[in-house]
Write a protein that binds this ligand. Structure first.
Ligand code: ING
Length: 303
């Protein structure tokens, strides 16, 4: 079997006052811990270098560009890239991307996949941006990803790596089955994702336990219905008083959670994953070629 140790590096809170250097130092500590436990790949959270700033209202790039990275690796990322390459560990890193494209400055909620040899294998830009463009007002916090990021323009690609074919997505993407099906149709055997999920829902009241349930339900379904492993890394805990759920986990292609974080702090979880485990699922119940009937699916892309 093609078994390898995968790690998920959950981050505790990052506060407005925390420097990117201090945060990267925490990421490096967890990368070393993962390597020490035999991991070949590490999944870090969404927007891993800063606090979850879309909770705040900013009006100009001068106010919010401090949260963004330019260049890949950006200056703040260089120490992490160096240590990972030296240790021979590949990783997924979520960050706020600022880039000049088509003659203008673009901003995306992005993840990068870096191979164990330090090569950038590819990027993904978040497609499902939750929340609103403009503040709702009269709330303890907002959810303004549509204000600060453009919708991703790279689609849902998959990437051939030394360990198999991987796909990436980000946070809210995990709630949409289309995300994983497109990547599974493109051969993904492992889905890597990071998330920042507020404990409280500002759009309508719901009990806090449902946040964790919906988070877990989304990924257990994605794993099983696509016969793939899911690596999910939270940034969690209370960032300047704003709480976010933990629940980082590794989900097997059977839909079973094989390991999960117990804290809301920096915590590395690992599992020896058999990448052939999903094969029987994709050759039987979810044999796409034999069982899917796309002539009946058109509304998914037309409405
Ligand atoms: N965060 C949350 C997420 O999708 C959210 C936003 C939570 C939307 C719960 C709807 C319901 O996990 C991000 N960053 O997408």
């Amino acid at each position: 079997s093609r078994s390898e140790v995968f790690a998920v590096a959950q981050m505790g809170p990052v506060h407005l006052a925390d420097t990117k250097a201090a945060v990267v130092s925490r990421l490096i500590d967890m990368l070393r811990e993962a390597h020490g436990r035999g991991a070949t790949w590490v999944t870090f959270p969404e927007l891993a270098l800063t606090t979850f700033f879309p909770r705040y209202i900013y009006d100009t790039p001068e106010q919010y560009d401090v949260f963004f990275e330019e260049g890949l690796p950006s200056p703040a990322m260089v120490p992490l890239f160096d240590v990972a390459r030296n240790l021979g560990v590949g990783f997924y890193l979520g960050y706020a991307e600022k880039v000049r494209e088509g003659g203008q400055m673009r901003r995306f909620n992005t993840s990068v996949l870096v191979g164990p040899n330090g090569d950038v294998l590819g990027k993904y830009r978040k497609i499902h941006l939750p929340g609103t463009v403009d503040p709702i007002g009269d709330l303890e916090f907002e959810h303004l990803e549509k204000r600060y990021f453009e919708v991703g323009n790279l689609g849902f690609p998959t990437f051939s790596t030394s360990s198999g074919r991987f796909g990436m997505c980000i946070c809210n993407d995990r709630r949409w089955p289309e995300t994983f099906r497109v990547m599974a149709l493109r051969g993904a055997e492992v889905f890597m994702l990071g998330y920042n999920t507020p404990t409280r829902n500002i759009h309508h009241h719901e009990p806090a336990y449902l946040r964790e349930f919906h988070h877990r339900l989304s990924m257990e379904s994605a794993a099983y219905q696509n016969g793939a492993w899911v690596m999910a890394a939270a940034k969690c805990g209370s960032e300047d008083g704003f709480a976010m759920i933990g629940g980082s986990m590794i989900v097997a292609p059977t839909g079973e959670v094989v390991t999960r974080a117990a804290s809301e702090d920096d915590e590395v979880i690992t599992h020896k994953c058999d990448l052939d485990m999903g094969a029987y699922i994709r050759r039987s119940v979810f044999d796409f070629a034999r069982h899917r009937r796309i002539e009946h699916y058109k509304p998914i892309t037309e409405q």
